[in-house]
Design a protein around this ligand. Structure first.
Ligand code: HEC
Ligand code: HEC
Length: 289
C-alpha cells in the first residue's frame, strides 16, 4: 500500500479509495441506494421479528417472543377447527337416513368422499381398488349384479354384519350343501349338473340329466331359472359373472365342495357414520338397485 491521496480514475471517472497495490488502484464505487435500504430494512425486520417471535436458543430452551406464538399450538388449533367442522357433518350423516343422504347433493358429496376413503382403507384388500373384485370369491361391487342385494339397506346390512363370519349372530348366512363331498350326488351327476349350469348362461349345450338334477337340488336357492336369490345369497348363474370361475372344472369344484366365502362384520370396527358413508359409496358405484 502506498500513497493515500484520493484521485479520480481517468478511465471510468470514478473516485478511488486511495488504496493502491502494485499500481492497481481501488475504485470507490458506492453501494446502490436501493440495496442499502433493503439491507437496513432486513436488519430492522430481524430485530423486530426476534422480539415478537420465538427466535434464539437460550439456556433453558429458547426465547419465546412477546406474541407467544408457537407453530405446534397453531397446528393444534387447525386440527380442533377441522374436527369441529367435521363434527357437524358427521352428526348430519349420523342422523340423516341414507335414502335422504343420496338426495341431498352436499351430504351425498361428503358421504361419497368419506366412503371412498373408508373403502380404500378397509375393503380394497379383498374387493380390489375401485371395487372391481378379485378372483377367488371376492365379488365386484361396481356391477349391478348383487348376491345379497344392492339396495342401500341390503348393502348396509351386509357391511354391518358381514357374511358367514361366525362372529356376528346377525351375519348373512346360507350354505350351499357340499353335493359331491357329502355324497349327495355322484361325480357323474355333478358333471351333468355342471353342464346344465354352463348351459344356463349360454356357455354350452344343455344336459338333460343335469337339468333334472338342478330342478331337484338347486332351484330352492338358485331359482327355477337359475337367476339366484338375494335372500339366500345364492348367485345368479345365468349372467356369466362368476365368483369362483366359469369353466366346467370351476363349477364341478363348487358343486363338489362350495367355498362359502366369508366377510367380516364391520359394526365393531367402523363407526355408524363410516358404515353409512361406505354404503352410500358402494351403492353409487353399482348404480344400486
Ligand atoms: C376379508 C375379505 C373382505 C373384506 C375386507 C371385505 N369384504 Fe365384502 N365380501 C367379501 C366376500 C368373500 C364377499 C362375498 C361373500 C359371498 O360369497 O356371499 C363379500 C361381499 C360383499 C358385499 C355383497 C355383494 C353382493 O353382491 O351382494 C358387499 C356389499 C361388500 N362385501 C362390501 C364390503 C365393504 C363395504 C367392505 C369394507 C368395509 C368389505 N366388503 C370388506 C370379503 C371381504
Ligand atoms: C342352500 C342353498 C343352495 C343350494 C341348494 C345350492 N346352492 Fe349353489 N350357491 C349357494 C350359495 C350361497 C352360493 C355362493 C357361494 C358359496 O357360498 O359357496 C352358491 C354358489 C354356487 C355356484 C358358484 C357361482 C359363482 O358365481 O361362482 C354354483 C356354480 C352353484 N352354486 C351351483 C349350484 C348347483 C349346481 C346346485 C345344485 C346341485 C346348487 N348350487 C345348490 C347356495 C345354494
Amino acid at each position: 500500500m502506498m500513497a493515500q491521496e484520493k484521485e479520480v480514475d481517468a478511465l471510468t471517472g470514478t473516485e478511488t479509495t486511495g488504496h493502491e497495490w502494485d499500481g492497481i488502484r481501488e475504485l470507490n464505487t458506492p453501494l446502490p441506494k436501493w440495496w442499502l435500504w433493503v439491507f437496513y430494512v432486513t436488519i430492522v425486520f430481524a430485530v423486530v421479528y426476534t422480539i415478537l417471535y420465538p427466535a434464539w436458543p437460550w439456556f433453558n430452551g429458547y426465547t419465546h417472543g412477546i406474541l407467544g406464538y408457537s407453530s405446534r399450538a397453531a397446528v393444534r388449533d387447525r386440527i380442533d377447527e377441522m374436527a369441529a367442522s367435521r363434527a357437524h357433518w358427521v352428526e348430519q350423516i349420523e342422523t340423516t337416513p341414507m335414502s335422504e343422504i343420496v338426495n341431498d347433493p352436499d351430504l351425498l358429496q361428503i358421504a361419497t368422499v368419506g366412503g371412498r376413503a373408508v373403502f380404500a382403507n378397509n375393503c380394497a384388500p379383498c374387493h380390489g381398488t375401485g371395487a372391481t373384485g378379485r378372483p377367488g370369491g371376492y365379488p365386484a361391487l361396481v356391477d349391478d349384479d348383487w348376491i345379497w342385494g344392492g339396495t342401500l339397506d341390503a348393502i348396509h346390512t351386509t357391511v354391518m354384519h358381514g357374511i358367514r363370519n361366525g362372529a356376528d349372530p346377525e351375519a348373512r348366512m346360507s350354505e350351499m350343501p357340499a353335493f359331491g363331498a357329502d355324497g349327495i350326488l355322484t361325480p357323474q351327476q355333478v358333471s351333468a349338473v355342471a353342464e346344465h349350469v354352463l348351459a344356463l348362461s349360454g356357455a354350452g349345450p344343455d344336459n338333460e340329466e343335469g337339468a333334472q338334477i338342478f330342478a331337484e337340488n338347486c332351484v330352492a336357492c338358485h331359482g327355477e331359472l337359475g337367476r339366484g336369490n338375494n335372500e339366500l345369497g345364492a348367485p345368479n348363474l345365468t349372467d356369466q359373472i362368476w365368483l369362483y370361475g366359469g369353466t366346467k372344472a370351476d363349477i364341478v369344484h363348487q358343486v363338489t365342495k362350495p367355498r362359502q366365502g366369508v366377510m367380516p362384520a364391520w359394526n365393531t370396527r367402523l363407526s355408524d357414520a363410516e358404515i353409512k358413508q361406505v354404503t352410500v359409496y358402494v351403492h353409487s358405484l353399482g348404480g344400486g338397485q
